[in-house]
Design a protein around this ligand. Structure first.
Ligand code: GLN
Length: 243
C-alpha cells in the first residue's frame, strides 16, 4: 500500500449523540488506520462549529431530547452535507444519528425533527421499544453478517433508491415489519446497531475506510490485512445470539 495516505474524519456532536459507547466506532476507525500507517485528520464537531470537508462523517445515537438539541443545528448544514454526499464522502449514522439522515424523525407527542435527506427515508416513533441483540446479513461484506444491539422506538421506512444495510436475522430491524435493517444510499450508511458497531465488525470498518480513501484519492486502495482473530471470534460468538 502507498505511503503517507491520509483520511479526514469528522465526529458530529459527540457530546450529545454518543449512546452505548458509539465512540467506539471512532476509536476503531482511528486504530485501523494507525495500524496501517494511514494518517487521520480528526475533528470533533460541536454545536456552533463549522463542519467543513471531510472524507468520513460519523454521528452516534441518542435519546429524543439529545436528537432535538442536535437536529436544528445539523439541519443548518444540510446543503453542505448533501454536497459532500454527492462528492462521495462516507457517512455512518447510528440509531438517532441514522434517523436524522432521513427526511424527518417524528418523536412521540413532539414536533417533527427535520433530517438531512441524505437518504430517502423517514422515521416515526412507535408504541414499542425494541431492545436486544441484532444480527443482520448484508450482500456486500465478507463475512456477510453484522452484529450489535438495538434500543429504539423509532420505526424507519426506506423509500426510493435507498437500500437496506441488510436482512434482519435476529432483532427487529428498521420497523419490525419489512425484515430489513439499516439503510444505504451512495456512501451513506445508517443502522440501529449499537455495540459499538465497528469493533465487533472489523470488515465493515475496513470497507468504510477504503471508501473514504477512494473518495480522497480517486482510486481503489486495498487495505493490507490485519490479524482480526480476536475481533472475528467476538463477532462469531454473537451471530444469531438473541439473548
Ligand atoms: N431516540 C431514538 C429512538 O428511540 C433513537 C434512540 C437511539 O439512538 N438509541 O428511536
Amino acid at each position: 500500500m502507498e505511503e503517507n495516505l491520509t483520511i479526514s474524519i469528522a465526529h458530529l456532536y459527540p457530546k450529545l449523540l454518543n449512546l452505548y459507547g458509539d465512540l467506539g466506532n471512532i476509536i476503531t476507525l482511528k486504530n485501523r488506520c494507525k495500524w496501517r500507517n494511514i494518517n487521520v485528520d480528526f475533528e470533533e464537531i460541536n454545536i456552533g462549529d463549522k463542519i467543513g470537508t471531510h472524507d468520513l462523517y460519523f454521528i452516534g445515537g441518542g435519546q429524543d431530547k439529545q436528537q432535538e438539541d442536535v437536529a436544528q443545528e445539523l439541519y443548518s448544514h444540510k446543503a453542505e452535507l448533501l454536497a459532500q454526499r454527492d462528492d462521495g464522502a462516507v457517512f455512518l449514522g447510528i440509531c438517532g444519528g441514522y434517523q436524522l439522515f432521513g427526511h424527518y424523525y417524528q418523536p412521540h407527542d413532539k414536533d417533527k425533527l427535520k433530517g438531512l435527506s441524505l437518504m430517502d427515508a423517514y422515521t416515526v416513533a412507535g408504541k414499542n421499544r425494541f431492545i436486544g441483540n441484532v444480527t443482520i446479513e448484508t450482500d456486500f461484506l465478507t463475512p456477510k453478517t453484522l452484529v450489535g444491539f438495538e434500543n429504539h422506538s423509532g420505526l424507519t421506512y426506506l423509500e426510493g433508491d435507498t437500500k437496506p444495510l441488510g436482512k434482519s436475522i435476529v432483532g427487529n430491524g428498521n420497523n419490525d415489519s419489512d425484515e430489513f435493517e439499516g439503510g444505504q444510499y451512495k456512501n451513506v450508511f445508517g443502522t440501529y446497531l449499537h455495540g459499538s458497531l465497528l469493533p465487533k465488525n472489523p470488515h465493515f470498518a475496513d470497507y468504510l475506510i477504503e471508501l473514504a480513501l477512494e473518495k480522497r484519492y480517486g482510486k481503489k486502495i486495498q487495505l493490507p490485512e490485519l490479524d482480526d482473530s480476536i475481533e472475528l471470534a467476538t463477532h462469531n460468538s454473537l451471530i444469531n445470539k438473541a439473548y
